[in-house]
Design a protein around this ligand. Structure first.
Ligand SMILES: Cc1cc2nc3c(=O)[nH]c(=O)nc-3n(C[C@H](O)[C@H](O)[C@H](O)COP(=O)(O)OP(=O)(O)OC[C@H]3O[C@@H](n4cnc5c(N)ncnc54)[C@H](O)[C@@H]3O)c2cc1C
Length: 290
């Protein structure tokens, strides 16, 4: 049904989740978040590029974002989907562009998080992250607790001393690859967070699920962890009340801020992939923009 939904409706539905089409709009959003005590991570929309020239454009946009974060003295880093840097066209090219970006970020004392995409690219994404870690400290990766392989990946990431975002996972995967039971996904999430934190890895706890926030707070308490060892992470426009509760409890929290001219493709892809997401958006529209 997606092609039948008018562009204006998609724009309205996605506007609370996307900072805007331009870097200036994203920077303005980050400034507001910083003023509210939250950190941010900027995501330039534009995944699954089909030409290397598009990947080149993504690299330029990320460089501008890093430059602008520094110039405006903002508390923000960047999140990158490797498919936006040409992963599906030429993985070596993608790796070299990531090296360039890590170098840029290093010179600006900043950090790059590699988002995790669908299961077709899990292995190569972790591989590129591992190779980057041989050269750079300012790079981390995301893992998804719905994946059956996740605890093995956690073991490898612990060995690497990696900086890891743990999320549930957004892509629709076959049962052979991913857990389908919500309880199993949640227990796998908490287990991954616990194992990583116990072994001294920095963890980004990326969820809006209150029960997981509760569970991970207990893990943090139990391990008596300093606040500098982890952060909570949430998406722009989602569960803002819970965001304030987490900040009020004294935790560090980072908001994921997508922006860019490819907002339409991003929004429709997410909606097509994930009916649950469409449900959240419809609920949000019916409730008004709270
Ligand atoms: C900072 C951050 C980075 C992420 N990076 C990745 C990544 O690299 N790879 C990846 O596959 N996935 C990523 N995700 C998405 C993640 O995997 C989940 O799909 C998403 O966060 C929903 O899971 P949840 O833990 O919030 O739990 P859920 O049980 O799905 O959601 C809990 C509650 O949060 C609300 N909610 C959740 N998502 C939305 C939404 N989009 N709109 C409105 N309300 C919502 C609903 O009220 C829901 O009841 C990221 C998520 C965050 C927060």
């Amino acid at each position: 049904m997606m092609p039948m939904v008018p562009r204006a409706i998609i724009r309205r539905a996605s506007s609370r989740y996307i900072a805007g089409a331009t870097l200036d709009e994203a920077i303005a959003t980050v400034r507001v978040l910083n003023d509210d005590g939250a950190m941010a991570t900027l995501d330039v929309l534009g995944e699954y590029v089909t030409q290397l020239s598009q990947a080149e454009t993504s690299v330029h946009e990320y460089n501008h974002a890093l430059e602008s974060i520094e110039r405006n003295n903002l508390d923000a880093n960047v999140s990158v989907k490797l498919s936006s840097l040409g992963l599906l066209i030429d993985s070596e090219y993608c790796f070299q562009r990531m090296r360039d970006l890590c170098q840029q970020a290093k010179e600006r004392n900043n950090f790059i998080r590699i988002d995790m995409e669908d299961s077709e690219v899990t292995e190569v994404t972790l591989d590129i992250h591992r190779k980057l870690l041989e050269e750079f400290e300012n790079v981390g990766v995301a893992i998804q607790s719905y994946m059956r392989r996740t605890q093995n990946d956690v073991s490898a990431l612990i060995q690497q001393g990696a900086n890891v975002r743990v999320c549930k996972g957004i892509y629709v995967e076959p049962r052979s690859v991913a857990w389908k039971d919500d309880g199993a996904v949640n227990r796998n999430f908490a287990r991954a967070v616990r194992r990583l934190l116990e072994r001294g890895c920095y963890v980004g706890i990326a969820t809006h699920d209150e029960s997981l926030v509760w569970e991970t707070e207990r893990i943090i308490e139990e391990l008596n962890l300093d606040k500098s060892k982890y952060e909570f992470q949430m998406l722009l426009g989602v569960e803002e009340d819970l965001r304030r509760v987490i900040l009020a409890a004294g935790h560090r929290l980072r908001v994921y801020v997508p922006f860019g001219s490819h907002w339409y493709e991003y929004s429709t892809r997410r909606l097509r992939e994930n009916p649950k997401l469409a449900g959240y958006i419809i609920k949000g529209m019916l409730n008004g923009s709270k």
